[in-house]
Each structure stands twice: as C-alpha cells, then as structure tokens.
Design a protein around this ligand. Structure first.
Ligand code: NAD
Length: 292
C-alpha cells in the first residue's frame, strides 16, 4: 500500500493526538481528529492550528503548506466519520478497557484493511488488539512527545499482528517522515525502559541538591548532545503522565529504578504539572503543549 494523501483518523485530541494530527496533516493526509466532546475536539484543533501557524511564523513551513495542512484537518465527535479511514491512530487515555472498547466500536465502521494503530506507552498491544475482531491489523506505534518535532516512532506488533499490517505500518510512518525502530510488545518498549529510570535519576539528582534544574539540563544538552534537558522534557510530557507511566512500568517490571522520586508527588500535589499547567520545573507564560 502506498500512503499518499490518505485519510487518517486520530482518536483522542490531547497532547499526543493533536501532535500526531499535525504530523499527519503536514504530510498531506486528510486528517480527522476525534474526541468525546466538542470542547475537547476544538481544543485539539486549536493546538494543531497554533502549531502550524507557529511553524510558518518561524520559517519552518511555508504559508501555503501551513494553510493546506489546516484545511486537511477536521474534528468530529462522531465515530461514524471514521468510515473511509485508511489508518486509525488511537491516542486516548492510557486505560486498557477504554482502548479495547474503542477498537471494538471502530471495527464496525472501518474496512477490513484499515490499519489500527495504538500509541500506548505501557499497555500490551496484544491486549489492546483483543478488543478488535481483527487483531491482525492492530499495530503498536509509539510516538515520542512532542510528536511534531520528534522523528522517532517505535513499532511493536501484537501476537496476532499480520505481516501485511506490519509492512504497511512502516510504509505509512515513512510517509509521515518518521524514523522507525521495530521492538517487542513488552512494557515500555525500548525507549521508556531506559528513559524513565534516567529521568527519575535526574529528579533524584535535583532533589538531593547535586544541581539545579538549569545546571542539570545544561549538563545533559552540553555533554550528551540532547536537544532538550530532562526537565524541559518532563515539563512537556507532564509530571502526572510521567508518574503514571513510571508506576505502570514499576508495577509490571518490579524494578525500583522505575519508582518516581517523592518530588514528583509534591509537584503534582501543588498542581505544577508542566507546560499544560503553566508551571512545572520551569514556568511558562503561554499554554503551548509542544516546544518551539
Ligand atoms: N504524553 C506523552 O508523553 C505520551 C508519549 C507517548 C505515548 N503516550 C500515550 O498516548 C496516549 C494519549 O496520551 P496523552 O498524553 O495525549 O493524553 P491526554 O490526556 O493529553 O489526551 C487523552 C485524550 O483522550 C480523550 N479520550 C478519553 N477517552 C476517550 C474515548 N473513549 N474516546 C475518544 N477520546 C477519549 C480525552 O478526552 C483526551 O483528550 C496514551 O496512551 C499515552 O500513554 C503519551
């Protein structure tokens, strides 16, 4: 299957869903963003528009391409609007029952050859696919946050994923300009297996007074060549999401390195969740979810 100007449905218009919608629309696909109510859909579409406008303002995208990408993106609260989608990308809350239920409902609407992708971070692709009557077309595609800026996507097949669905998924991700790595359907895939313990150790270093937010971020960018420091990244991800991912991996792997340090709980209690709250390790005077 070649993926040129296809129809892509993104389920969930939160941080990841709106970011993935940007990627899809920017790549030339007709993109439908689905969420539970109009307000959430509007918020997601606003984020898509805002990111594209900013890309144009920063000279990273030409104005015509930005306008075309916006025109290719629409929102819906009606799953029936997914009919005709070539790819469905699920990016809703990290809850197995919710994801299974959604795939069950999508089954009756899309065609047998529609790819069903899940962006889960910690759940089993096989378990999510069990919600579908066609688990052979379900593939794990784990985008990095912020999706419009980070090139990497981890691809993990479930136990029943078909070879055709795997290959078509790689073709589709290539159409998005993504770099893919193939991994196993295991807790945390590759990235979160080392990213979460590493972020926890950076938070520990901060909490124990080894360095400041700025000095640790500067050290990581300056010495390791990372584009963002751990605290800049954690503010984009959200402290609540970091805690949730860390705990889920801790519960599955029973490795104490995944257990979030106490500072994470104190920050969550204070409402300092990161960019989305206006404050995290840093403070923000805008409500952008993605970096620049
Ligand atoms: N945030 C990250 O850094 C990150 C990175 C990679 C993967 N993920 C994964 O992506 C998924 C989404 O995470 P997020 O950070 O975007 O969460 P989010 O809370 O920002 O967005 C989730 C969205 O899903 C919607 N939703 C909930 N139930 C729904 C339903 N039944 N139908 C349609 N929409 C529904 C919510 O209204 C919300 O808009 C999760 O599986 C998460 O593990 C997150």
């Amino acid at each position: 299957m070649t993926f040129h100007q296809r129809t892509v449905a993104v389920l969930g218009s939160g941080t990841m869903g709106s970011g993935i919608a940007v990627v899809s629309a920017r790549a030339g696909h007709h993109t439908v963003l689905f969420d539970l109510d109009d307000a959430r859909v509007k918020q997601g579409l606003d984020r898509v528009g805002d990111f594209l406008d900013r890309s144009v303002a920063l000279g990273k995208l030409d104005a015509e391409a930005g306008a075309a990408a916006k025109a290719r993106t629409r929102g819906t609260t009606d799953l029936a609007d997914l009919a005709g989608a070539d790819v469905v990308i699920e990016a809703v809350v990290e809850d197995l029952a919710v994801k299974q239920d959604l795939f069950r409902r999508v089954d009756g609407i899309v065609s047998d050859r529609t790819l069903l992708h899940t962006n889960t971070s910690t759940l089993s692709v096989t378990a999510i696919a069990a919600g579908s009557v066609r688990p052979e077309r379900v593939v794990g595609t784990h985008y990095c946050n912020p999706a419009p800026l980070m090139k990497l996507v981890e691809v993990a097949d479930g136990r029943h994923t078909g070879g055709w669905a795997h290959d078509a998924t790689l073709d589709f991700l290539a159409s998005l300009g993504k770099t893919t790595i193939v991994t196993k359907d295991r807790p945390g895939f590759i990235l979160n297996r080392f990213l979460i313990p590493w972020e926890n150790s950076c938070i520990d270093a901060l909490e124990s007074g080894l360095g400041t937010v700025q000095s640790i971020d500067t050290a990581v960018k300056g010495a390791l060549g990372h584009p963002m420091g751990p605290f800049e990244l954690l503010d984009i991800v959200g402290l609540d999401i970091h805690r949730q991912v860390a705990m889920r991996l801790y519960e599955q792997l029973r490795d104490p390195r995944f257990f979030p340090p106490p500072l994470v709980d104190r920050m969550i209690a204070a409402g300092d969740l990161g960019r989305k709250a206006g404050a995290g390790f840093y403070t923000y005077d805008d409500n952008r979810l993605f970096g620049s």
